[in-house]
Design a protein around this ligand. Structure first.
Ligand SMILES: *Cc1c(COP(=O)(O)O)cnc(C)c1O
Length: 388
């Protein structure tokens, strides 16, 4: 297969910075590939003796599919999950020998595209199973694929009845099930009866697929449910430093840092309103810093503040400063009144991720999660990859 001979891009050989220059950019996004690799090794150690795969869908949760995959492969990862065949295509160029699974399954008529790059669909309905089986029969090759069984998501996967029927005729299939898997609906909460039920149901169903690798746990399942590890675990968010469990400490290292330029520092008077809608009225004479990032850069629009509701914060000169007013498309305003005059000036940086601010902290005021913040990280930043 031609892809197997494609050059492997080592992280240290990869270009390290992309986008506008330091002076021109509105923000500096820094991705720490050493932290990513350390998170992988940490999760792999927890998973043992199960294999630890990596979920790198959605551009590796926004941090960059190719650099992330190269770093993960160097850390020992051999099995990767993406959502789409197009992502598998990109992944194959940096991971010539990896097993690649495509979670969203087989789009009609795409079996050839899968075969071309040796990617494995995660078959989530009997129609997909039949199409893949026909492709394997026509190719006279036992093409590998995953069987997804639904145990509680009602999103993707065969019903228990369909899975049982399929298991009974394993020997007559032209394709080769290489993985049997299911997905948790609420493993982010420890000790949930629903999750324990999913584990028990999956255990019974997976046992019928004799000799086939079994996989159930995402990050939360791996961290909070030891019985969910089976043969292979599939963490995503924990690799990228995000919070997998709703409660307790997050044991992972942050991978992403975001520093944005201060466009100007200005004075405003008590009673002045800030931003669109005039939803924030200053209650004291203030100094405001205008930051060069907004919702077009992945800062959630709903994460600004009103006089009643606190929004996100930024660290400037070592101090946490609150946002004031709504987040605009390209700008957000913070209150730097508490900083000494001269401690902050035009061209300085304000940290939106890092210095103790996590992706989950940035997500919380707008009611979203670190997953969404990561996958929406803007494309206008200067992006630097360190380590690897
Ligand atoms: C996204 C995804 C994962 C990874 O989940 P995390 O919560 O990010 O660890 C695992 N399995 C499936 C099927 C997924 O869709």
């Amino acid at each position: 297969m031609s892809q197997k001979t494609a050059a492997r891009v080592k992280p240290e050989e990869a270009e390290t910075a992309f986008g506008p220059g330091d002076a021109e950019t509105g923000g500096l996004l820094t991705v720490d590939l050493n932290a990513l690799a350390a998170n992988y090794r940490d999760l792999a150690a927890r998973a043992k003796p199960a294999e630890c795969a990596a979920v790198v869908k959605a551009d590796a949760y926004g941090i960059g599919l190719k650099p992330a995959t190269a770093a993960l492969a160097s850390a020992g990862c051999k099995t990767f999950f993406v959502a789409l065949i197009d992502e598998a295509l990109k992944l194959r160029t940096v991971a010539p020998d990896a097993a690649i699974y495509v979670l969203n399954g087989l789009n009609p008529g795409t079996a050839g595209a899968f075969r071309d790059i040796d990617a494995r669909p995660v078959l989530g309905s009997m129609l997909e199973v039949e199409e893949w089986d026909a492709a394997a029969r026509a190719a006279k090759e036992p093409l590998p694929a995953a069987i997804h069984i639904d145990t509680g998501m009602s999103r993707h996967g065969l019903s228990a009845d369909e899975a049982n029927a399929l298991a009974a005729k394993l020997k007559s299939l032209a394709f080769k099930p290489s993985l049997v898997m299911s997905h948790f609906a609420r493993a982010d909460e420890a000790g949930r009866p629903m999750t324990l039920r999913q584990i028990a149901d999956f255990k019974a169903l997976a046992a019928k697929f004799l000799g086939v690798t079994a996989s159930l746990a995402n990050s939360a399942g791996l961290l909070a449910y030891p019985d969910a590890r089976f043969d292979l675990v599939r963490p995503g968010i924990s690799l990228y430093g995000g919070r997998a469990l709703i409660e307790g400490d997050n044991p992972m290292q942050p991978v992403v840092r975001l520093d944005v330029k201060i466009v100007q520092v200005r004075k405003a008077k008590a009673g002045d309103s800030v931003g669109y809608g005039g939803e924030f009225k200053l209650t004291r004479d203030s100094r405001l810093a205008v930051l060069s990032a907004g919702y077009a850069d992945g800062i959630p629009r709903a994460s600004g503040s009103t006089n009643e509701k606190r929004g996100i914060e930024a660290v400037v000169a070592g101090k946490r400063c609150p946002t004031v007013g709504r987040v605009s498309m390209d700008l957000v305003v913070i209150d730097v009144t508490e900083l000494p005059e001269g401690a902050v000036k035009r061209g300085d940086l304000a940290t939106l991720l890092g210095e103790g601010i996590s992706v989950d902290d940035l997500a919380a005021p707008s009611g979203t999660v670190g997953y969404e913040v990561l996958t929406r990280l803007g494309s206008r930043y200067r992006r630097t990859y360190i380590g690897g």
